[in-house]
Structure formats: C-alpha cells, structure tokens
Ligand binder design. Structure first.
Ligand SMILES: NC(=O)c1ccc[n+]([C@@H]2O[C@H](COP(=O)([O-])OP(=O)(O)OC[C@H]3O[C@@H](n4cnc5c(N)ncnc54)[C@H](OP(=O)(O)O)[C@@H]3O)[C@@H](O)[C@H]2O)c1
Length: 338
C-alpha cells in the first residue's frame, strides 16, 4: 500500500512517502479499513518530533483521526461488514494506546484497527467531517462542557481559536450562549472566526491583547469582587501566553487547559492565582459518548466541523503537516489517501 512513514523523529523531512509499504494484517478482532480521510492534529507534530517520556514504536505511520470503509475483517469480528462506513475512536480503550502513536495510523491507504474502536458512520456525515471530530472536537467538547461548564452569559476568550481544538471551542461556547472573544495570529483567520460566530476578534500577533481585553472587559480588582475581567480563558498554547492569560481573568474565573503547543513549563505568577482566586481546570481527551454527541450535533446542523480550505492527497501529506508546523492552518487539515 501507499503510506507516509516516520522512520525517525525530527522535522518535516522525517515524513517519508512510500509507494509500496507493507500492507497491514488483521489479527483476531481486527478490521482493515480503507482510509478515506485522515485529519491532522498538533499531536502528530509532537509525535513526529518525539515527546519527552513517550516512547513511540518506529517506523510509524502517523495519523490519529481516521474515517473510512471496512475493507477486510479479521477472525472473530461481528457487527461490521466489508463496505461499512466507519469512524475510528482513536483511543484503544481495551489494551491501551493511541492510533498513530502506539501503532500505525491513518496516513496510509489501509489501516488495521481493533473492531471495538469503530463507530458506525451515518450516511449523512462525510468522511472528512467525521475525521475532524475525535481528537480536536472530542477534546474541546470535554474541556468546554464537562470540565469547563461554560454557561450562557459568560465571556469566553479562546487563544489559538483558529486551530482544530480552537474552532470547536468557539462554536461550543457560542452554542452555550456565551460571548466569545477569539484570538489568532492573522487577520485572515480572524475574518473566518468572525464568520464562525466569534463576537470579538483580536490579532494577538499585532496587538497588545491583554490591554485590549482589559479595555473591553475591565480587569479584576481585589476590592471589587464581581466586576471586571473575563469569565473563562481557554489556553492550550502555554508558553508565553500563560501569565498574560491570568491577567485578563475575572476574580474566581476559570482557565481551561488541554495542551501546551508553545511550551509546557511556562513562567508562572502565583500571586495572580491566589489574589484573584483563579481556577485552573485541566482537561484530557474525550469519551466515546463525546464523539457520539458530536456526531449528533453535526447531523442536526448545530455544529460544523471546520475544514481547512485545501485538501491533500497522501503524496502531499508533508505539505499538509507543514501548515500545522507553520501556524498556517484554519480548522482541520484533511489528507485523503483516496
Ligand atoms: N490533552 C488532549 O487530549 C489534547 C487533545 C487535542 C489537542 N491537544 C492539544 O491542544 C493543542 C492544539 O491542538 P490542535 O490540534 O488544535 O492544534 P492546531 O490545529 O495546530 O491549532 C493550534 C493553534 O494554536 C496557535 N498557536 C499559538 N502558538 C503556537 C505555536 N507556538 N505553534 C503552533 N501553533 C500555535 C495557532 O494559531 P495562531 O497562529 O492563530 O496563533 C494554531 O492554529 C495542542 O497543544 C495539542 O497537543 C490536547
């Protein structure tokens, strides 16, 4: 089969297109899927580069988010037939592991997946839209609703709003009835975020965004318990955005985090946390029910998986991945092995 293989950790040049790579073999309980869509996540960038503390079996086919068609069944599989449309829940919840990190993923024509990881895909949801959901949208769903408990009337600031997780956070916050402030690094991305429903947009590459937030929403003060500042800040960027995020929050506000694209050990300012009684809320991953709930929202047209305008054949997966490396992505980048 054709596949994009990572033989060793490193930069984009470590993604090798192989026109004739080994076909996957279905063991007991496995299915082989023909991959129709694989969407990329920043996690793929981390896996390619190599993450401290996480051992990856190399060579590895990256690609965590996969939708496709059942091409073959291993021994003992029931409930699925050849030709079925399916979405993969990428967490291996029985034996442990993650598709595209612990075992070969979706940047290939074919992928082996244990059948218990499959979700039947309704005919009215496209492969690319479905493949946008599990990692980014599943994580956003848990972070915003289960952990973050976003409420109508709250103000919600989303940093990195243009990416996979970010576009879903914007939509879920709007749907909950919140006022959404979306931050991104280009005016083009901000125009799209406005069209997606963001109430306020800030280009944090060209603006002092802390000053801008304080001008618009005030700032927390010890003497004024319930006045000034933003109710919820969504920060999966970390790095230099961490302390500024604390500075725009209202007293007793919530900072939601599920990642650290720009650095996991940022400078900290504990004074802000105790003085303004701030709440730091972590969120990790998603449940199967989260994916099913997202599929229902998509079918009901209440949520739109945002897809990057350009789609990529497998041969150009490196160009697709470059968009994430270079912060050029809007929404989810789709690779279509075809
Ligand atoms: N814990 C979990 O279960 C979980 C699940 C999914 C994702 N995550 C984490 O969430 C984060 C976002 O993931 P994603 O897949 O949504 O990423 P993505 O699609 O690449 O979007 C990330 C966005 O963050 C912004 N950004 C700010 N600083 C950046 C930097 N130094 N490098 C790259 N982008 C930067 C970029 O927008 P601008 O250029 O406009 O700023 C970019 O579009 C990642 O850290 C990921 O690991 C965690």
């Amino acid at each position: 089969m054709r596949a994009v293989v990572t033989y060793e950790h490193g930069g984009l040049d470590r993604l090798v297109y192989e026109p004739d790579y080994r076909d996957p073999v279905a063991g007991p309980g496995d299915v082989i899927l023909r991959v129709h869509a694989c969407t990329l996540n920043y996690h793929d960038v981390f896996t390619r580069r190599g993450m401290p503390g996480i051992k990856v079996p190399l060579p590895l086919v990256l690609g965590i988010d996969v939708a496709g068609e059942v091409a073959a069944l291993g021994p003992g599989v029931s409930g699925f037939s050849v030709g079925d449309r399916v979405l993969v829940d990428p967490i291996e919840r029985v034996n442990g592991g993650l598709l595209g990190e612990s075992f070969d993923g979706g940047l290939a024509e074919l992928v082996r997946v244990p059948a218990h990881m499959l979700i039947a895909l309704p005919d009215d949801v496209g492969f690319a839209e479905a493949a946008a959901l599990p990692v980014a949208y599943g994580t956003a769903y848990r972070m915003m609703l289960t952990r973050g408990k976003i409420q109508a009337g709250e103000t919600v600031l989303v940093l990195g709003a243009s990416g996979g997780v970010g576009t879903c956070c914007v939509q879920l916050a709007k749907q909950a009835g919140a006022t959404v402030i979306a931050c991104a690094s280009s005016d083009e991305k901000l125009a799209r975020l406005e069209a997606l429903g963001a109430d306020v947009t800030i280009n944090y590459a060209t603006t002092d965004w802390v000053a801008e937030c304080r001008n618009r929403f005030g700032r927390a003060r010890v003497s004024h318990r319930n006045e000034g500042g933003i109710d919820v800040v969504v920060n999966f960027t970390g790095g230099e955005t961490w302390v500024p995020s604390l500075k725009v929050m209202r007293r007793d506000g919530r900072l939601l985090t599920c990642g650290a694209t720009a650095g996991y050990d940022p400078a900290e300012d504990l004074r802000l946390i105790w003085t303004f009684e701030l709440n730091i809320v972590g969120s990790n991953g998603w449940s199967r029910d989260d994916i099913l709930a997202l599929l229902t929202l998509v079918r009901e047209k209440k949520l739109e998986p945002v897809l990057h305008p350009e789609r990529f054949p497998l041969e150009r997966a490196v160009d697709a991945m470059r968009l994430l490396d270079d912060r050029g992505v809007y929404g989810k980048v789709v690779v279509e092995p075809g």
